[in-house]
Design a binder for this molecule. Structure first.
Ligand code: PRT
Ligand code: MG
Length: 210
């Protein structure tokens, strides 16, 4: 009997960049991920399914074993509070940097600064490591607005080309980490479906190398 392999992916750029890697591993969705409204996609292999969920929910699905494997941004994984995940492969897709950014010319040397971000854990640990007091203000999106609107002195956000920062009068101030997407694996599945999952990991490693 073959057990189903369920792969959790987030819609958007990670899904787009993961599909070629899956195809290299012989897995092709039957429904068109761009147009289908289904959240669970069948593939050409009848024991492989794709879940299409919010980026921040991927680690949770994999940790609880609702999906045996998934693809998540390192930014999302650094915020995840759980313990039950292996991160065996850097897929080198959806790359960017997580950075501190502020209005052009703005000094961040105050005793205590306000930092707006969706990356609360990462921001807190960055400023703690620097020994700078920071009040972290949690936002869910459009971080670039916060300094302009006077909500915060700076933001912690993802930067790729830098054009979103620039368009909003912001400039990068500090580099926190390089980000890419990672293959994540449920710890129990790695034991229980060891052969299947190791084979899948090997195929994905080959796809990344190709
Ligand atoms: O929509 P939902 O809230 O569920 O998730 P999401 O909007 O975070 O999903 P999506 O499709 O944007 O994918 C997010 C994942 O892609 C992140 O978790 C990262 O791992 C990865 N990624 C890579 C990025 C970027 N690059 C990126 N540039 N995610 C977001 N951006 C945004 C950034 O937040 C900023 O608004 O793009 C803008 C900056 O781009 P530049 O080129 O103007 O610098
Ligand atoms: Mg989005």
């Amino acid at each position: 009997m073959t057990q189903t392999l369920t792969i959790a992916l987030s819609k958007g750029r990670i899904l787009k960049d993961t599909l070629p890697l899956l195809e290299y591993a012989g897995i092709v969705p039957i429904d068109d991920p761009d147009t289908s409204r289904k959240l669970i996609l069948d593939t050409n292999q009848n024991d492989v399914k794709l879940l299409v969920i919010r980026a921040a929910d991927v680690p949770t699905y994999v940790e609880y074993g609702a999906a045996q494997v998934g693809v998540a941004g390192k930014d999302v994984l650094m915020e995840h509070e759980g313990t039950g995940l292996y991160e065996p492969v850097d897929l080198k897709i959806a790359t960017c940097r997580i950075m501190v950014a502020a209005q052009e010319g703005k000094s961040l040397s105050a005793q205590r600064i306000k930092v707006a971000t969706k990356y609360v854990k990462t921001a807190r640990s960055h400023f703690a490591t620097k020994g700078q007091q920071a009040e972290i203000i949690k936002l869910y999106g459009s971080m670039e607005l916060a300094p302009i609107a006077g909500l915060a002195d700076c933001i912690v956000d993802l930067v790729d080309t830098g054009s979103t920062l620039k368009a909003n009068g912001l400039a990068p101030v500090e580099h926190i980490a390089d980000i890419s997407s990672r293959l994540v694996v449920n710890k129990a599945s790695m034991k229980l479906q060891s052969a299947r999952i190791k084979e899948f990991i090997r195929q994905i490693e080959n796809a990344v190398a190709a």
